[in-house]
Each structure stands twice: as structure tokens, then as C-alpha cells.
Design a protein around this ligand. Structure first.
Ligand code: TXA
Ligand code: MG
Length: 321
């Protein structure tokens, strides 16, 4: 592998933190997907994330913290935040809250808005970097804007090559889809992005119904991650395939799949949505090969992590802008 990739066992923590503190970007593993991180208070470093990703600057970044206390310095904490953070942090839940008056986070990271998205990742490397920096790290998924998120260091290399100074290889991400994004600024919590923690589980803990924000036209987006076409491979994606063309690649799910595809990857032979989520993005990358005409995707049950999987697949299938 390239010289900018270092194993999570052997990377120099001090060097990584020095890079971050001098305004450089470091790619690190989280339990969901790999993130490309910068000190969130550093405007220039945050700007370089947008530049490298080719990301529209209206799309705000998630701010990663290593403790509840660190989050409380950046956002206006509330009871629901306390309840959810105590239960799910570290873990794949991002909370959108009002920005604290004294927040250190760059306004660019929150795209000029008055809210901030915070989460505490469940990964020792990520936590060590945040703790070592002493400040939150802004880190979007480490992919070019509009492409599927990376779940291995190899995927990150395919996206950025050596244009980032350090990629810390922590192996395959165990969750595999991005965090759930929940807006708890208002009376009713709003699910902005289904993800690693399901709506049902959140409703149970909150003892309250959660509204599902619908993907609207660009412009009045509550969470730009809801852009219709967002997680997009280059090939057309055909959903709910019950039969397959010989020129197509098939993304299968469950013990039985239609015969005849050029290539098959099964997300979970035993039909487990957790296993399928962990494999989803790697499989999409692998099948996104111009020797096939399209990626046909078998139906996946809309329960548990299936909700997040189907959300990403719908975006992958949406017309590209
Ligand atoms: O699992 C994850 O969340 C990964 C890892 C690296 O932590 N990160 C990630 O970041 O997926 P990103 O930037 O690719 O997606 C962030 C999502 C976007 O949909 C964005 O619009 C939304 O969070 N978001 C960020 N700040 C927000 C805010 N203040 N209000 C509403 N949505 C926000
Ligand atoms: Mg992303």
C-alpha cells in the first residue's frame, strides 16, 4: 500500500495529532465509515476538506467529539441529548442541536447555519485523535462528494490517493452505513438520515414518535445528505430486481437469487440486514465496473438496518444531477 497509509497498530499518534493541529487532514476509521478529519475550529483546514471532496459548501459537516463534556461546549445541550448520548455514545448516532454561543467550531463546518451536528464515534483510533487534539474534529465521509462512502482504507486510497498526508487503516468498518442523523432542536425529533441506529430504537428510548424528514428538492433541504442522488456508483442501479440480465451485475440478498448475472455479490446469504449493511458500500464499489451494464439489486426488507440500506440504495439509483 501507499506510504500515506498506516496501520492502526503502528501509526504515530503524535504525528497524526501534529498534522491535525497544523491544519492538515487525516483520514481515520470509525465504526460506520472512514472519515476525513480536520480540527473543526480551523477554518482553513475545514475549507480544505470541502475542496478535496468537491463538496458543495452548503452541506454541513459532522463534528466528532470524544466525550459528552466536549459536545456540551459546542452545542446547546438538552434533556433528549443527554438521554440519547448516555444510551448510544460512543456509537452511530449524530445529534443536531443549536450551536452554542461560545462554540469553537468553524462556521464553515456548519455551513453558516445555527445548528451543529455532533457525534462520538465508537472507534479507539478516532477517539484517540479527538482526545489528543483536545478539540472536536470535523469529519465527513472520506469520499469525493456524491460517491459511496469508504468502509476500508483501500476505498479511501481509490478516492484520494496520496492527496491526503495520512490515512489510518483500521480494517473494515463494522457498521458499514453512516450514522443516523437526528434533529432534536425542536418539539418533535426529526430523522434527517436513517443510519446505524434505527428509528424504532430511538423512539423507544425517547418515548416519543420521531418525524421522518422527506427528501425534498435541493434548496430547502434540512439535511443536504438527503439529496436524492448522493451515494452514487457510476453504473445505473436497478432496484427490486427479481430477474437479472446476463450483462448485469447482481447485488443479492438472502439464500436464493435469480440466476444468469455476469457477476454476483451476496450482501448476506442468511438474510441478515446487519451483515448486509457492513458489506453494502464495498459491494457497490466492486460491482461498479464498466464491464457490466448495470447493478441489479434484489429487494431488501425495510426493517432494522434495512431502512438505512434501502435509503442509500434509492439514492444510488436516483438520476444523477
Ligand atoms: O457515520 C457518519 O456519520 C460518518 C462518519 C465519518 O462519522 N460521517 C458522515 O459525514 O457521514 P457526512 O458529512 O458524509 O454526512 C453528514 C450528514 C449530511 O447528511 C449532512 O447534511 C448532515 O449530516 N448534517 C451535518 N450537519 C448538519 C446540521 N447542522 N443540520 C442538519 N444536517 C446536518
Ligand atoms: Mg458522506
Amino acid at each position: 500500500m501507499s506510504i500515506n497509509v498506516q496501520s492502526h497498530n503502528s501509526f504515530s499518534r503524535e504525528k497524526a495529532i501534529n498534522l491535525l493541529q497544523s491544519g492538515k487532514l487525516v483520514v481515520f476509521p470509525t465504526e460506520t465509515v472512514y472519515g476525513i478529519g480536520a480540527v473543526a475550529a480551523d477554518d482553513k483546514a475545514v475549507a480544505s476538506i470541502f475542496a478535496l471532496k468537491g463538496r458543495p459548501s452548503f452541506n454541513p459537516l459532522i463534528v466528532h467529539v470524544s466525550s459528552i463534556a466536549m459536545a456540551q461546549k459546542e452545542v446547546v445541550w438538552n434533556e433528549r441529548a443527554e438521554l440519547l448520548a448516555k444510551k448510544f455514545w460512543p456509537g452511530p448516532l449524530t445529534l443536531v442541536l443549536h450551536r452554542n454561543k461560545h462554540a469553537s467550531v468553524s462556521f464553515l463546518a456548519s455551513a453558516g447555519g445555527d445548528t451543529l451536528a455532533v457525534r462520538m464515534p465508537d472507534n479507539q483510533v478516532a477517539l484517540a485523535l479527538i482526545e489528543g487534539s483536545g478539540k472536536p474534529l470535523a469529519a465527513p465521509s472520506a469520499n469525493r462528494s456524491g460517491r459511496v462512502s469508504p468502509t476500508s482504507a483501500q476505498h479511501v486510497l481509490e478516492e484520494f490517493g496520496d492527496s491526503v498526508p495520512l490515512i489510518i487503516d483500521g480494517g473494515d468498518c463494522k457498521v458499514g452505513v453512516e450514522s443516523t442523523v437526528l434533529d432534536i432542536t425542536g418539539e418533535r425529533p426529526v430523522l434527517l438520515r436513517p443510519g446505524g441506529i434505527t428509528q424504532e430504537v430511538l423512539e423507544e428510548i425517547l418515548n416519543q414518535k420521531i418525524m421522518r424528514a422527506s427528501a425534498t428538492a435541493q434548496g430547502d433541504l434540512k439535511s443536504p445528505g438527503m439529496l436524492e442522488s448522493h451515494y452514487a456508483p457510476g453504473l445505473p442501479v436497478r432496484l427490486n430486481a427479481t430477474s437479472v440480465d446476463s450483462a448485469e451485475a447482481l447485488l443479492a440478498f438472502g439464500p436464493n437469487h435469480p440466476a444468469g448475472a455476469s457477476r454476483v455479490i451476496n450482501l448476506s446469504e442468511k438474510g441478515d440486514t446487519v451483515e448486509a449493511a457492513a458489506r453494502l458500500f464495498a459491494a457497490l464499489r466492486e460491482l461498479d465496473d464498466t464491464s457490466y451494464t448495470a447493478i441489479a439489486v434484489m429487494p431488501i426488507p425495510d426493517i432494522g438496518l434495512g431502512v438505512a440500506i434501502n435509503d442509500r440504495l434509492r439514492r444510488a439509483a436516483a438520476q444523477k444531477p
